[in-house]
Design a protein around this ligand. Structure first.
Ligand code: SF4
Ligand code: SF4
Length: 354
């Protein structure tokens, strides 16, 4: 009898490593940025691996995939990789081919960059294409924003690296909590309950347990549930458990902008992104309000931060009050943590101090 196969996940990554990486595994000593979009990794054996980083809009056609595979065949013995920010990295063991590859990419309209003090591609979530709880789209906004910030991808002229992320709801499978600039879709209304269908399609105990603020309780009379509105923080977690609790609200769903997040390193802990703009309208297909807001913050940061200062460090140096002053952004009650309701509800604090 054939043995049951249990290892049905993706193939072991080592099987797909370029030979130069396999041969120098554990021997890489350092890497440098040769020029925008080009890295060189140097091994203790003297071997050099060149990486050419190119941008992609994430939602890509089969034609684009064929084109980049042809380029990989021509310049890199068939090896390339996608990064988590949807960049395409061509891995070359022959440095003399780098310029020719960049010339071909440029001719095809594929930008090369995203290294060092640049804005690399935006890490983002699923959006309207794939997820069922989004308050806004992901790839559509990202494409619109990056089209405007293009020059910061292909150059390294910012004071420091600037990382932008997008999550289309606050369940946040993106990295908006720790990004220099974060674009976050927000629901702003309490879910509407469809009592007629709820008991047929949803497990009530699972549904009540899904709410992080304990806002949902059973309503035995209706064989349904009820939501205590003042406890709801519009997260949509209940909707992921039960399709009869509708969180999507085309009129009121919107976009917010957060700034000053940064992941931890060996010396400092993580800094969480903080609210800069509480509301921008959902305005597809090009989201001009969101694009202008992000571009404006980038430009003010670029003009005022000192060399090496990330967004968080710049704001900490000049103070949050000054940040709102120099950017001209309005400071509202929405920016205050632990606003008056925080004693009795959970939704007013971004720190969840219960
Ligand atoms: Fe879905 Fe929210 Fe993730 Fe967007 S951020 S893909 S809406 S869970
Ligand atoms: Fe609870 Fe979030 Fe649903 Fe509101 S949206 S009821 S906070 S799970």
């Amino acid at each position: 009898m054939a043995q049951a196969r249990t290892d049905i996940g993706p193939p072991l990554y080592k099987e797909m490593l370029p030979p130069i990486i396999k041969e120098n595994y554990g021997k890489w000593q350092y890497h440098e940025i040769v020029k925008p979009g080009v890295l060189v990794h140097v091994s203790e054996t003297g071997a050099k691996l060149y990486t050419v980083r190119a941008g992609s809009p994430r939602l890509i056609s089969i034609y684009f995939i064929r084109e980049i595979c042809d380029l990989a065949d021509k310049y890199c013995d068939g090896y390339l990789r996608f990064t988590s920010r949807h960049n395409v990295e061509f891995l070359l063991s022959d440095g003399s081919k780098v310029d020719a590859l960049i010339a071909e990419l440029t001719e095809k309209g594929v930008p090369v960059g995203g290294t060092g003090n640049s804005i690399t591609n935006i890490v983002h979530t699923q959006g309207w294409v794939h997820c069922h709880t989004p308050a806004t789209d992901a790839s559509g906004i990202v494409k619109s924003v990056m089209d405007e910030l293009f020059e910061y991808f292909t150059t390294m002229k910012l004071p420091a690296k600037l990382r932008i992320s997008l999550a289309c709801c606050l369940n946040m499978c993106g990295a908006v909590h720790c990004s220099d600039i974060a674009i976050l879709g927000i629901h702003r209304t309490v879910p509407k309950i469809d009592h007629d269908t709820l008991h047929k399609v949803c497990e009530i105990p699972t549904l009540t347990a899904s709410c992080p603020t304990a806002a949902i309780r059973p309503n035995p009379k209706l064989k349904s549930v009820e939501i205590k509105a003042e406890r709801c923080m519009y997260c949509g977690n209940c909707y992921t458990m039960c399709p009869s609790v509708h969180i999507i609200d085309a009129k009121n769903d919107a976009v917010s902008i957060w700034v000053g997040g940064k992941i931890s390193n060996s010396r400092i802990g993580p800094r969480f992104s903080r609210l800069a703009i509480p509301f921008l309208p959902n305005n597809p297909p090009r989201w001009p309000e969101v694009v202008n807001a992000v571009k404006h913050i980038v430009e003010v940061y670029a003009a005022n931060a000192q060399p090496g200062e990330r967004m968080a460090e710049w704001i900490e140096r000049i103070s949050w009050e000054k940040f709102f002053e120099v950017t001209g952004l309005q400071f509202t009650d929405k920016h205050i943590d632990d606003f008056t309701l925080a004693q009795t509800t959970f939704r007013s604090t971004t720190q969840f101090k219960w």
